[in-house]
Design a protein around this ligand. Structure first.
Ligand SMILES: Cc1cc2nc3c(=O)[nH]c(=O)nc-3n(C[C@H](O)[C@H](O)[C@H](O)COP(=O)(O)OP(=O)(O)OC[C@H]3O[C@@H](n4cnc5c(N)ncnc54)[C@H](O)[C@@H]3O)c2cc1C
Length: 420
């Protein structure tokens, strides 16, 4: 009797965001032409979302076709199985994942389920806050803002009109700064040209509890960014806590100030995807999962946890790596390379990452850029920002569309039709 042929190892990647996508791409590349393993990707959506450009989708400069990339387009290139579904359970002893009514067995598991908005337990903020984590969120914000202008032009009462035209963004990290700047640009460059609304009635606020915007950026850039926002007329309220909200207002500093508004955009905090609480593993107080230096669970070295949901110490700087896309991408690549190492009988290598810089778009052809310690802002920053995202965007068609759309945007106003 001949020996039973070895079956390929089953590698399952949960979550196709930045970390899961790059883990999958690396596995497909490294395992091309080999029978060592088959790769399955699972996500609740059937496409990858390029989140850094969501503020531009919310502002109508870009659309879903620029930022979404279907996972099935990857499977033409390699041996990838894709399952659309909600991850619900982990049985690490039996090596099985529960996805809706399916049980998926694995030999190696990559958990890359990202994060979700966190409202610090405040039900009012959760009920009334608009979030910005998906294309659906971005389109909802865009429709909401255009609808406010439709209502404002027929509103006779000046107090109610001002309330309609007041937008509060909470959180002065990159997504909060980008969304307030992009919406400001949408309003100033397009909506005020088409809607008979007095510009002085429009009010935009950016609120944060810290004493500076963009706390992870170089001081020079955060100062330049704040100056830009203030010069545009955006009210930047620092050292200010948002403590409540209703359908018609936002409450600051436990009621010391009430802002009449119908719009609260929440970018004030995130926590790991709630399903990670079901993963039997040690975690931090924030809920991020503790992994070893090779990104594995110490008690289950066949399980890797990466991206925003993991807690990885940067031992050289004695602090955890931050939850940002470049870290997620490199963790995806490292986890995949370590799985290939294990399949080929080699040991794992530790995750290490050096930041080359960071970028934030400010709308209207302006951006803040720190590249290898050199800082740019204004128009030069915008070109560097555009080139960087053009290079990073997933999919040749998405890149071509981005270039075409930027050209068209220079010639024509953006679309202001909106769903009711
Ligand atoms: C609006 C916005 C702007 C941002 N801008 C920047 C920026 O400019 N620069 C930067 O570095 N970072 C930015 N970030 C942060 C960056 O997007 C994250 O750090 C990065 O996406 C983390 O990657 P991840 O793989 O951990 O998670 P994600 O990219 O969030 O991916 C998680 C994936 O898991 C899936 N998923 C989650 N739970 C389940 C479940 N239970 N079942 C099935 N599927 C599930 C989701 O659908 C998603 O595809 C931004 C984030 C947002 C929201």
């Amino acid at each position: 009797m001949g020996a039973t042929p070895m079956r390929p190892a089953r590698v399952v990647v949960l979550g196709g965001g930045f970390s899961g996508l790059y883990a999958t791409l690396t596995l497909l590349k490294e395992l091309a032409g080999s029978d060592l393993a088959e790769v399955t990707l699972v996500d609740r959506r059937n496409y990858f979302t390029f989140t850094p450009l969501l503020p531009e989708v919310a502002a109508g400069t870009l659309g879903p076709s620029h930022v979404c990339y279907p996972f099935r387009s990857l499977s033409k290139k390699g041996r990838l199985h894709f399952i659309q579904g909600e991850v619900r359970e982990f049985d690490l002893d039996e090596h099985v994942i529960g996805i809706e009514n399916l049980a998926i067995p694995y030999d190696y598991l990559v958990v890359a389920l990202g994060s979700t908005p966190y409202f610090f337990g405040n039900q009012e903020l959760e009920s009334h806050g608009l979030t910005l984590t998906s294309v659906a969120d971005a389109l909802a914000i865009r429709n909401h803002v255009i609808r406010l202008f439709e209502r404002a032009v027929v509103e006779r009462d000046p107090i109610r009109r001002r309330q309609l035209l007041t937008i509060v963004v909470v959180g002065a990290g990159p997504s909060g700064v980008e969304i307030v700047a992009e919406l400001h640009h949408l309003i100033r460059s397009t909506l005020l040209a088409y809607y008979p609304v007095d510009a002085s009635e429009v009010r935009m606020l950016l609120v944060d509890g810290e004493d500076r915007i963009l706390p992870h950026f170089a001081r020079e850039l955060t100062d330049a960014g704040r100056t830009q926002l203030v010069e545009r007329g955006i009210d930047v309220k620092l050292m200010t806590r948002v403590t409540g909200a209703g359908a018609q207002h936002v409450e600051l500093n436990a009621g010391r100030e009430i802002i009449p508004t119908r719009t609260l955009i929440w970018t004030g905090g995130t926590v790991p995807s709630p399903v990670l609480a079901r993963l039997p593993a040690k975690r931090t107080g924030r809920g991020t999962v503790l992994v070893d230096e090779c990104l594995r669970l110490p008690d289950h070295p066949e399980v890797y946890v990466i991206g925003d949901g993991s807690h990885v110490m940067d031992r050289r700087h004695e602090r955890p790596y931050p939850p940002v896309a470049p870290v997620a991408i490199r963790q995806g690549v490292r986890a995949a390379a370590n799985i290939v190492n294990a399949l080929e009988g080699r040991g794992g290598e530790p995750f290490e990452f050096d930041f080359t810089g960071n970028l934030v778009g400010l709308g209207g052809g302006m951006a803040l850029v720190n590249f290898l310690g050199i800082t740019f802002h204004g128009r030069l920053g915008w070109w560097v920002y555009r080139m960087a995202y053009l290079q990073r965007l997933v999919g040749a068609k998405n890149k071509a569309l981005l270039v075409l759309t930027l050209g068209l945007n220079a010639l024509f106003d953006r679309d202001i039709s909106c769903e009711t």
